[in-house]
Each structure stands twice: as C-alpha cells, then as structure tokens.
Write a protein that binds this ligand. Structure first.
Ligand SMILES: Cc1cc2nc3c(=O)[nH]c(=O)nc-3n(C[C@H](O)[C@H](O)[C@H](O)COP(=O)(O)O)c2cc1C
Length: 296
C-alpha cells in the first residue's frame, strides 16, 4: 500500500450507526482480534482486554447501558475494550493507570481499522454507564471498560465526516509557540467516468437503471459514499458527447459519472490518484477516466 492508498483507506472510513442483521463470520472476528494483537503498548505489557459480545440478550443489555444507543443492539458484535490496570500497574505503579487506558485505546483503534480493512463498519462508542457495563459482563475491579466498538455490516449509506483544519490542532515547540506553517491540504471533488456494457437491455432507461444499480452494488460497502449518476458517453473519434446511453441489438452501453469527495489531498494529481485507487478497487476491471478535479 502506498501513501495515497493509505490516505484513501483512512478517509473512506466513517462511523456507522445502522446495521443489517447479518452476523459476522468467525474469520472476521479473528482477523480483527489478531490485528489488535499487533498494537504497540507501554513496556509491551499489552494492558488491555476485550470482551467479544455477540449474544442478542447481552447486546440488548449493553444498548441500555449505552443510553439506548440503538447501534449497540443492531451491530453483529460489540467489542468491549478494557484497560487492564494490574498488567501495567505491576510495573509502572500509578502511571500504569494512564498507560493501560492508552494501550486499550490503541488496541481499539487497530480493531476499528481492521474492521474497515475487512469491509465491515463500526462505531466507537464511549458514552455508556460504566457500572452497568461492569455488571452485565461481570468485569473485575482491576479492569475498566474504555470503549464499546460496534462492528457489523452497515445499513445506511456511509457519509464521510468533515474535520477541523488540521492546523488547529498543532502547536510548534510549545503550547504558545509560534504558529507552525503547515501545508494545509485542501479537499477536492473528483469526477470520473466509466462505460458499462449491459446485456439484454430492453430500453435506454432499463440499461441506465441496471448500470447504476450494478455500480452501486460493486461500490458497496468499500466506496459506498461515491455518487453515481448517468453520465455522457464520448465519441471515440471526435471526443464529442453522445448521450448517456445507447442500445443496439439488446446490448446497452451506458456512461456513468462517479463523483468522490477526497479530503486533504496534496494536489489535484494526488486527489485523482486517491479517487482512482478507492473507486478502482471497488470496480476492479471497469475502465475509469478522469473528467474533472475541483478544489472545494
Ligand atoms: C472517544 C470516542 C467516543 C465516542 N462515543 C460515541 C458514542 O457514544 N456514540 C456515537 O454514536 N459515536 C461515538 N463516537 C464516534 C464519533 O462521534 C465519531 O468518530 C466522530 O463524529 C467522527 O466521525 P467518523 O468516525 O465518522 O469519522 C465516539 C468516538 C470516540 C473517539
């Protein structure tokens, strides 16, 4: 994975709060947990534990403990990530409390990204009644639940979340130090076009409908946030625009326009590369051509 693909991977994740009832496979859960096992930790003590909750009744109880946040019940699994104080305090004393919380937080971040890599969705959930969660799961006193990570297959279209300009977080050398000049990376709207061949097309509308639905299925769930519309077909000879679809002998050729908002790209070329990498991965061998890159 190069740095553009990595950025595309990060920007294409967002929290999902509505899930289908589909359960997760053992492989999915094992993958997520094994990835967490690679997280760094203070003194390599790995002061975190996780309770994997897939039982319907327990997820319902956790939903109540999380102030009735419905996604906790809906998601196929809730990974309750805990700080294990004994593991870190035995070496670091009081400081170990902070280390255990950091270890658990990093492990949870790895799980969230591992779910994304597996084309699953998640929602980090920090608002819950700690005592209730302790009771439901029978947690011992030396263990503190830090986050409930809901994981499953998302139901609603994934919307990307906007962020503060990153410069707002950065201080140079000291809190009140001089303003650090950083190259702020703008957001871009990248429009790509592709052409789809549809067999057994009854009419132009039929061909367009099938092409949009096929593209939507392929973009789902990795690049669900890409807007798909009927675009224009260009004439291969004169480059002039024809129409959005043609049907000859029950075979349709449909032009689709795919619009992706790319956050914080270094340049127009970089935005194009990210969009082509994300959309290209979802659509595999469909040819993609750049139509426009616009800074937002
Ligand atoms: C520490 C923490 C606590 C959070 N708690 C909740 C929560 O209780 N409920 C919820 O729906 N989302 C929760 N979130 C998710 C955030 O709302 C979300 O990450 C943020 O709005 C950015 O959106 P994104 O994840 O889609 O990029 C939490 C996230 C973090 C990191």
């Amino acid at each position: 994975m190069d740095s553009s693909e990595f950025q595309g991977f990060l920007t294409s994740r967002s929290s999902v709060r509505a899930y289908t009832p589909e359960s997760l496979s053992e492989e999915d859960i094992s993958y997520i947990l094994s990835c967490a096992g690679t997280a760094p930790s203070a003194g390599n003590l790995e002061a975190w534990d996780v309770v994997v909750v897939t039982d319907d009744g327990a997820r319902l109880e956790l939903r109540d403990a999380a102030f009735e946040q419905e996604h906790i019940r809906q998601a196929a699994a809730v990974l309750v990530v805990c700080a294990n104080y004994i593991r870190s305090m035995s070496r670091y004393g009081e400081r170990g409390i902070l280390y255990a919380v950091q270890d658990a937080t990093i492990a949870c971040t790895y799980m969230m990204l591992a779910a994304h890599a597996r084309q699953l969705h998640s929602c980090w959930t920090g608002a819950f009644d700690e005592e209730e969660v302790r009771k439901i799961l029978g947690l011992p006193q030396h263990v503190r639940p830090v986050a409930l990570l809901a994981v499953g297959r998302g139901q609603a279209p994934v919307a990307l979340t906007e962020r503060l300009p990153v410069a707002e977080h950065i201080h140079q050398d000291a809190w009140h130090g001089k303003v650090r000049e950083i190259t702020t990376m703008p957001d871009y709207l990248v429009t790509l076009e592709s052409a789809w061949v549809i067999r057994d097309a009854k009419s132009l509308d039929d061909a367009i409908g099938i092409a949009i639905s096929e593209a939507g299925k392929r973009l789902n769930p990795t690049a669900k946030f890409v807007e798909v519309e009927a675009g224009m077909l260009s004439c291969p000879h004169c480059e002039g625009e024809l129409s959005s679809a043609i049907v000859v002998a029950d075979t349709g050729l449909v032009g689709l326009s795919l619009e992706m908002r790319v956050f914080r790209a270094e340049s127009q070329d970089h935005a194009e590369k990210i969009a082509k990498s994300v959309v290209g991965k979802a659509l595999r061998d469909v040819p993609l051509k750049l139509v426009d890159v616009r800074e937002l």
